[in-house]
Design a protein around this ligand. Structure first.
Ligand code: HEM
Ligand code: HEM
Length: 195
């Protein structure tokens, strides 16, 4: 209890004091590294996905090349989120940031849903591509064909992919807006936990 109170005074105290948060109140190095690496990769992947679907179909292999790159980065992101989820369970517990009850619940819901969508996006993308009948390449390496072409399954997973990536965009926007509110309005140094 005393530790928690000490933490609250440090985090809620005058922002100008710039008191460094104790280690246990921050995410560990590995979590921080994965958070920023995946943030950059996910944003690039979202932009790439939206851009590539607008490419003309008769572009002499250009469209296929970008689709292959998208699939490769997507599968890599799928592997990274598995590592991140496993580490989120195993890592030392991070003491919760003191927030009013509703804001705390919203932050937790945002993080959990982001994890769910970080998982749903690569899985639906992979399954949709698997049922498309085209071979999937991982950075040039042809993967074994796991299923025959099946148009209804392809259509189902394409919709699931679309829903998950656009929902992810909305939640990322909410996440970044919440961060901006802490940084600019509350000035409570929340970012120090993820640095
Ligand atoms: C400019 C972009 C971003 C900023 C400034 C930012 C900032 C932060 C901060 C300050 C935290 C710590 C919150 C706390 O301690 O309660 C956090 C946690 C988190 N962020 Fe971000 N974030 C960004 C992008 C993203 C993106 C793109 C994703 C994933 C789609 C993401 C997913 C998460 C998750 C899941 C957590 C919970 C901690 C964890 O388990 O890793 N963030 N973020
Ligand atoms: C976190 C990972 C991923 C993200 C954020 C992502 C994002 C996107 C976005 C934004 C689009 C455009 C959606 C639209 O407007 O139709 C898209 C389309 C697409 N993505 Fe992904 N993607 C991911 C992983 C994957 C994976 C792993 C594959 C396949 C192995 C894949 C295959 C496709 C395909 C084939 C399309 C074209 C639309 C369709 O046929 O469904 N994606 N993706």
């Amino acid at each position: 209890m005393r530790t928690l109170l000490r933490c609250m005074t440090q985090v809620h105290g005058d922002a100008e004091m710039k008191v460094p948060a104790p280690v246990s109140h921050r995410y560990d190095r590995f979590s921080v590294g994965l958070h920023w690496l995946m943030a950059v990769m996910l944003l690039a992947q979202l932009v790439l996905g939206i851009w590539m679907t607008g490419l003309p179909k008769d572009a002499g292999g250009v469209r296929a090349a970008w689709f292959n790159l998208h699939k490769s980065i997507g599968m890599l992101l799928g592997m990274l989120v598995l590592v991140r989820l496993a580490w989120a369970v195993l890592r030392p517990r991070v003491i919760e940031f003191p927030l009013p009850r509703t804001q705390h619940a919203l932050a937790i819901a945002n993080h959990r849903l982001l994890y769910l969508l970080m998982l749903m996006a690569p899985v639906s993308g992979f399954l949709g591509s698997m049922y498309s009948g085209y071979p999937i390449r991982f950075f040039g390496m042809k993967l074994p064909q796991l299923a025959e072409r099946w148009d209804s399954a392809k259509a189902f997973f394409s919709i699931m992919h679309e829903v998950s990536v656009y929902a992810m965009l909305v939640l990322i926007a909410a996440h970044v807006l919440a961060f901006a509110y802490h940084q600019v309005v509350l000035k409570d140094g929340l970012i120090r936990r993820m640095r």
